[in-house]
Design a protein around this ligand. Structure first.
Ligand SMILES: Cc1cc2nc3c(=O)[nH]c(=O)nc-3n(C[C@H](O)[C@H](O)[C@H](O)COP(=O)(O)OP(=O)(O)OC[C@H]3O[C@@H](n4cnc5c(N)ncnc54)[C@H](O)[C@@H]3O)c2cc1C
Length: 462
């Protein structure tokens, strides 16, 4: 029932329609709640739909089928070793919780019709744990959206959540949304914040990570709205200074981060003017030599360099293990394949093969003379041109503090009644080594937050 002063009502309102929000909406609806999901963009999906789609998980049905012996305890031991090597403190209960809950999401997504390949080997993990979504996260997000709608979740796009509404006790009882038709006040028994990261909120990034070398955000919608709403009502935060260091990424799909090994094998980084970016081969956080550059770059791979890269024929299958066994460089981790080789790039818009140097220069937009000077006289075609690639901040790592029920906690340490958090909006852990946890965390935390929000909403109704 909509009470006086409210425009609309739902048992659970979810703010944000990326992986965490959709998963939260689905879990809340399955637990019996009437759910309204607010998404500020024209279409849900968020960064989840742009993701490479790697989940690092243990004790999965895919591992069992492949007769890979693994356990959460072994997984934890590998992460503990990575934390030690990185000199990072580890929150033991939170890490164990995360390993267990994230791993469950493989089977949960599978039951919705999402498929994976794997487990693939991925160092420094001692056991194959890499599961890769098929065919990609865009398709996965559509499955999630469809499943939500079937479960009765109402999805309202172009409807940004703007402020949380509190009652006299400080309990969250609704949301103000500033949509195209003006502000709307939505009554809710519980709210789940799942509005993604703050990498595009430059003012906030400057404040929490003043020493970070800036770069443009990969996507402008990541303005940390959920963090802001929670902080304004007194929520505590964790690890806000952890904003990802700028990385090289292809701004067009798929948003692969090129492997630094390419430069070691002889690939050249070339600007649109044909100028070469000099490299320091011992640096690996960014593709070396790119730390202060913001412009479009092309990675030029000539015939000799191409011969030094890993190929599908190096694999013993079914996983992409050629690069592990031979130590040859790969292009980067990529949707569908996990580890991409040069031939995989032929399917993507940012790859071109040019038979001659003149054709390569034309594609880059420079003169043949400039490119020849950069590549040197011995460089021969065919040339593979990967680009443009740019220096971007892809994500941020801090979140609103929660307990293990994903109930948001205040700066005084008490749970804020009626408020839950999920995905990159809410972070429980301080360190996860390697990659493949952020996506799975979005799913696992969404499930937990949505279920608990529905349970809380039910208790408020009673
Ligand atoms: C290029 C790339 C590749 C990645 N690859 C991997 C990978 O392979 N494995 C892995 O584990 N992780 C990966 N990640 C990270 C992972 O995808 C994300 O951390 C995770 O999917 C985030 O999910 P989320 O739901 O929390 O946020 P998002 O998916 O970003 O969703 C947030 C949603 O909230 C909406 N929103 C924002 N503000 C508001 C508001 N005020 N009101 C309403 N809606 C709002 C946004 O529009 C968006 O739809 C990758 C990230 C990127 C960028």
């Amino acid at each position: 029932m909509v009470e006086l002063g409210w425009d609309e009502s739902a048992d659970v309102v979810v703010i944000g329609g990326g992986g965490a929000g959709l998963r939260a909406g689905l879990a809340a609806a399955k637990a019996g709640a009437d759910v309204l999901l607010l998404e500020k963009m024209e279409h849900p999906g968020g960064k989840t739909a742009m993701s490479i789609g790697i989940i690092t998980a243990s004790e999965t049905s895919y591992q069992k089928k492949a007769k890979v012996k693994d356990s959460h305890a072994k997984h934890f031991a590998d992460l503990a070793a990575m934390a030690k090597a990185a000199g990072q403190p580890m929150d033991v209960p939170a890490t164990k919780f995360m390993i267990r809950e994230c791993s469950k999401e493989i089977d949960a997504l599978n039951a919705m019709g999402v498929r994976f390949t794997g487990p693939h080997p991925e160092g420094p993990h001692g056991t194959p744990r890499m599961h890769v979504i098929q065919p990609d996260c865009r398709a996965m997000a559509e499955i999630l959206i469809r499943t939500c709608k079937r479960a009765g979740v109402r999805i309202a796009c172009n409807m940004p959540g703007a402020e949380l509404v509190l009652d006299h006790r400080g309990h969250v009882v609704g949301v103000r949304s500033d949509g195209p038709d003006g502000p709307r006040r939505i009554q809710a028994s519980a709210v789940v914040l799942a509005a993604g990261d703050y990498s595009a909120n430059t003012a906030l990034v400057r404040k929490v990570a003043p020493k970070l070398k800036l770069a443009e955000p990969l996507r402008a919608f990541a303005t940390g709205d959920g963090h802001g709403m929670a902080m304004r009502i007194g929520a505590a935060t964790r690890n806000m200074s952890r904003v990802n260091t700028p990385q090289m990424r292809f701004p067009d799909w798929p948003h692969v981060e090129p492997s630094p090994g390419l430069v070691g094998a002889g690939a050249k980084l070339v600007t649109r003017k044909g100028e070469r970016i000099r490299t320091k081969l011992d640096e690996s956080v960014l593709l070396p030599g790119f730390e202060d550059r913001w412009e479009d770059i092309f990675i030029v791979i000539d015939r000799d360099t191409a011969a030094k890269l890993a190929k599908a024929s190096d694999d013993v299958g079914p996983g992409r293990d050629g690069w592990v066994r031979t130590g040859k460089p790969f292009i980067g981790t990529a949707p569908k394949v996990g580890y991409a080789y040069l031939d995989d790039c032929r399917d993507w818009s940012w790859h071109r093969e040019a038979r001659t140097l003149t054709a390569a220069a034309k594609h880059i937009g420079c003169t043949a003379a400039a490119l020849e000077k950069t590549l040197g006289p011995k460089s021969e075609g065919p040339f593979h041109l990967l680009g443009p690639v740019r220096r971007v901040i892809a994500n941020s790592g801090g979140g609103v503090s929660t307990d293990f029920k994903l109930n948001v906690v205040s700066t005084e340490g008490a749970p804020i009644k009626g408020l839950y958090g999920a995905g990159v909006n809410a972070r429980l852990i301080s360190f996860m080594g390697g990659h493949g946890y952020a996506f799975a965390w979005a799913m696992a935390s969404g499930r937990i937050a949505g279920t608990n929000a529905a349970e809380y909403a039910e208790s408020v109704r009673r």
